[in-house]
Structures are given as C-alpha cells and as structure tokens.
Design a protein around this ligand. Structure first.
Ligand SMILES: [Zn+2]
Length: 116
C-alpha cells in the first residue's frame, strides 16, 4: 500500500526532527493532505497506527488537515480553489500560465514535542 511507504518515510523525518530538538516524545503530528494527493486519509491513519508502535510517536495524536486543490495564476495573480476536476486553466482569466500551489502533496505541517 502506497500509504505505508509514505508513513514509513514520514516517521524517519519525524524522528530526525525530534532528535534535533532533543525531544523524548512526540505528542501531536499534523499532516497536510492534498485532496488530489492520491492519499486515502483512512489508510494513512491505519498506516500511522501501525508504524507508531515502539517509536517516539507511540502516544502521538495524528491530525490530518485536508487541503483543497489550489491553482495560482502567474498572469492575473489570482488563486483559485478547484473543487471539481483539476484543470490548469485559470478560472478567472483563462490563462494556462498557472501552477498548483496546494492540494497535490502530503507533507508534515507541524509537530508537538515533549522534551523532558
Ligand atoms: Zn488568471
């Protein structure tokens, strides 16, 4: 499952961060999950629960923040949230000179650490 490999690399990132901050425990993990990231939130939670055993994240709460697909237009500067199907065309001016700025990735947004 795709989600398991994602969580496995995420765990390494979290452990690295925890080490950098001399943390003993991670109490909260906040992930940004793009609506079009291809990640299934339920599977992500399941994978996290599976991986966290006996790690620094054992008691961590997992929070998923779903992010809508957002397109930024380089011509008119407008950011549009795309709720239907993804398009590279700016809904505001019709330009194709655009980029996706959110909604396609899974990433670590924040961590809450305990140091003592
Ligand atoms: Zn535009």
């Amino acid at each position: 499952m795709h989600e398991f490999s994602l969580v496995s690399s995420l765990m390494m990132l979290i452990e690295e961060q925890a080490r950098l901050h001399n943390a003993k425990r991670v109490t909260k993990v906040v992930l940004g999950v793009g609506r079009f990231s291809g990640v299934e939130p339920d599977l992500l939670k399941l994978a996290f629960d599976t991986f966290k055993e006996k790690t620094i994240c054992e008691d961590a709460e997992l929070v998923l923040e779903i992010e809508e697909l957002t397109l930024r237009c380089r011509d008119c500067g407008k950011e549009s949230v795309l709720r239907e199907r993804p398009t590279k065309k700016c809904p505001s001016c019709g330009s194709l000179n655009t980029e996706f700025v959110a909604g396609r990735d899974l990433y670590l947004k924040s961590l809450e650490l305990e140091t003592d």
